[in-house]
Write a protein that binds this ligand. Structure first.
Ligand code: SF4
Length: 377
């Protein structure tokens, strides 16, 4: 058996054994393994809605409705109408459930202790990190298959996101790159506690502010990964907003489709490196850079506004790499240089910004390759 088969087989064994253990231990409490994560979620976040559960656990709506109904029928939870918004329902655990929870946690702890016996603690953290990435990749796929576009961050008003326009900025989760310099890793790897913003809240805001707010900016992680983006942009365009999209440039066909259908007015392309070092800079072993070349061509040939943005990192953007990047882009309308300055994650601590004295020579190098050069802090 190959490594992949081994891993998937072991995951299956782990899942089935865990299910059997929990079902046996929970039987006398009239609970099942399938109901447990949802009950724990409600207990740990009293007042949570079914929508929030769907977002954090990647459950479909049917499974949640069925589980919530069983939990209610068996006296574990109550469903209440939200005082803030009468259309929403909030879920709370009953006193009966609260009394059972210490037993539930005990059962969970015992199983965990059983599973991790004989594991060397020094290698365990590494394993957990890889396992977390696998789960995150699976979740990103599941989310890309959802019927609605889901946003996780929202800056309601920005005067800098869209040139000369007052804009609202919405951020999507999930990305096909793994850049070590990523400053949006929360959106790429989507932690459990990250909460999706209710679609109705966004739509109400956009409908009420149409004419006051002039533009909608869609940022990521990577917006063009989401097939439902188009539907959302049609809705935004019907409200007469200008639209800007930030992209890593790896979905040229979808970008072209959006431009042709006049669903986007401005594109900001984040260019990571020169062709030869692209894969390394985005944390991958191989990458087809013709996708980026195609995106560049599309932008240059189109009538829409665009910029090419480079986040300058000392380790990656040596003079020779910058020269190859400039030769690649050849000549663009608007080039934006942003010296990297985010050291919030462990990996980023090892990265360095461009030295201020070097910036002058970088500007000189890049100037001939664009109509307008801008440096942003
Ligand atoms: S492309 Fe952007 S969002 Fe995706 S990993 Fe790289 S920096 Fe992060």
């Amino acid at each position: 058996m190959d490594k992949q088969t081994d891993v998937l087989m072991n995951l299956s064994v782990l899942y089935r054994s865990t299910q059997k253990y929990y079902d046996r231990m929970l039987f006398s409490m009239k609970l099942t393994y399938a109901q447990l994560p949802i009950l724990i979620m409600i207990y740990e976040r009293e007042g949570i809605s079914m929508h929030d559960i769907a977002q954090s656990g990647v459950y479909d709506k049917g499974t949640i409705s069925k589980t919530v109904k069983h939990l209610e029928q068996n006296g574990f939870i109550t469903i209440m109408t939200s005082e803030k918004d009468k259309r929403n329902k909030e879920l709370y655990t009953t006193d009966y459930a609260k009394q059972q929870m210490s037993k539930v946690y005990e059962i969970r702890r015992d199983w965990w202790q059983h599973l991790i016996q004989n594991i060397d603690p020094s290698t365990f953290d590494e394993f957990l990190a890889s396992y977390e990435i696998m789960a995150s990749n699976a979740r990103a796929y599941a989310e890309s298959q959802q019927e609605n576009l889901v946003f996780f961050e929202w800056k309601k008003v920005s005067v800098s996101a869209y040139p000369d326009k007052m804009a609202t900025v919405l951020s999507i989760a999930g990305c096909n790159f793994c850049c070590p310099s990523c400053t949006k890793s929360d959106l790429v790897y989507i932690p459990e506690n990250r909460k999706a913003i209710a679609d109705t809240e966004i739509r109400q805001y956009l409908e009420k502010r149409a004419g006051i707010i002039e533009a909608v900016c869609i940022e990521g992680a990577e917006p063009l990964m989401h097939p439902h983006l188009k539907e959302f942009l049609k809705y935004v365009k019907d409200l007469h907003y200008m639209v800007k999209i930030n992209t890593n440039g790896s979905f040229p066909s979808f970008l072209q489709e959006l431009i042709e259908e006049k669903l986007v007015d401005y594109v900001s392309l984040s260019l990571k490196s020169g062709p030869r070092s692209y894969a390394k800079t985005i944390g991958m072993e191989n990458f087809d850079t013709s996708l980026i070349s195609r995106t560049l061509e599309i932008l240059k040939e189109s009538a829409i506004d665009y910029d090419v943005t480079i986040h300058l990192i000392r380790q990656f953007h040596t003079t020779s790499v910058l020269k190859s990047m400039m030769n690649w882009i050849s000549h663009v309308k608007h080039l934006i240089l942003v010296p990297f300055n985010d050291y919030s994650s462990a990996i980023q601590k090892d990265l360095c910004s461009i030295q201020p004295k070097k910036l002058g020579s970088i500007i000189e190098l890049c100037q001939p390759y664009c109509d307008q050069l801008e440096v942003r802090e």
